[in-house]
Design a protein around this ligand. Structure first.
Ligand code: ADP
Ligand code: MG
Length: 294
């Protein structure tokens, strides 16, 4: 027997490194007319590096001590920023002490007890909660340079900031314009990162519509607003923080290589081979299959 069009489209998608979980997903994918892309790990390579280590003056910590505390707290986390911080500490040959009471809040950061001190590492906007502190200026300075500024606090007091940079994927610009052409709508960037770093990366990727500083639930709201305006939205993401939006979207695709288990389970399809450019290819395949079915 010849294979039904939707099934051969699934097989074809597999050849392009994309696991589409069902024929129904293939059908829904053919309907998408708008795209919301996550930043970290989706538009970017997802292998960020620590570029700046800034202990606050007067906190009594050296660069290595600041990095060591942050790495200890981040050690259990699977977030790309956490891996960057742990890698930076290892590269500097630092011993990373054990942490207790680890907890993570998607879209915000982590907390843990390190050597008897309560350490928090995460978004400066969230940890400072709009308050003004010398750390605000340090973080803003890093963000002006397009970095993700991660704040470190000890027992509630800011002690320093880390500047972290990630590179745009090589195929990001081509993918954004291919998706724009296919859907007739300019793709949107939805990110938990700060507006400055987000705007800078969006400009590089050719995206004009940027929604930054979003918590996981805000990403859902952004998608729901698009869907209420009559769009069938394809969400592409990789993190735990993307899972609710992947679930809420008409169709959700997760980036597989560094993607969190929750994102891979929640998404309707997974880019296994880590090539963003496979996404427009698969959208095209789904549409061809739909024409054959109809
Ligand atoms: P994105 O939506 O771009 O993938 P996330 O929602 O995962 O980003 O993270 C948003 C912001 O929250 C990060 O830019 C960072 O400031 C903070 N954050 C989240 N998780 C962590 C973590 N494990 N360590 C430090 N900061 C974190
Ligand atoms: Mg992400």
């Amino acid at each position: 027997a010849t294979m039904p069009p939707l099934l051969s489209a699934i097989a074809n998608a597999g050849r392009h490194g994309v696991l589409v979980k069902s024929a129904v997903v293939m059908e829904r994918l053919a309907q998408v007319d708008a795209v919301a892309l996550d930043k970290t790990g989706t538009l970017t390579e997802g292998t960020p590096r620590v570029t700046h280590i800034r202990p606050l003056t007067g906190c009594g910590l050296s660069k290595d001590e600041l990095l060591r505390l942050a790495a200890a707290a981040e050690h259990p986390s699977e977030h790309p920023l956490a891996r960057a911080i742990v890698d930076a500490a290892r590269t500097r040959g630092l011993h990373i002490p054990a942490a207790e009471d680890f907890a993570s809040t998607p879209g915000t950061g982590v907390t843990a007890t390190v050597a008897g001190r309560k350490i928090a590492v995460g978004s400066s906007a969230r940890l400072l909660d709009g308050g003004i502190h010398p750390a605000t200026a340090v973080a803003a300075g890093l963000e002006e340079e397009g970095r993700t500024a991660v704040l470190v606090t000890a027992d509630g007091t800011p002690v320093g900031a880390l500047g972290i940079a990630d590179r745009l994927r090589e195929e990001a610009v081509g993918t954004v314009s291919a998706l724009h052409e296919l859907t007739g709508t300019a793709p949107v960037l939805v990110t938990g990162d700060n507006p400055r770093a987000a705007a800078r990366l969006a400009a590089e990727a050719g995206i004009a519509d940027v929604r930054a500083g979003l918590l996981p639930q805000d990403k859902v709201t952004a998608v729901q607003e698009m869907e209420q305006a009559g769009r069938k939205v394809l969400v592409v993401g990789d993190g735990v923080n993307d899972a609710p939006a992947l679930a809420a979207a008409h169709t959700g695709i997760a980036m597989g290589r560094a993607g969190s288990d929750l994102a891979l389970e929640t998404a309707d399809a997974v880019v296994v081979r880590d090539e963003l450019a496979a996404i427009p290819v698969v959208v095209r395949l789904s549409r061809q299959a739909r024409r054959l079915v109809a």
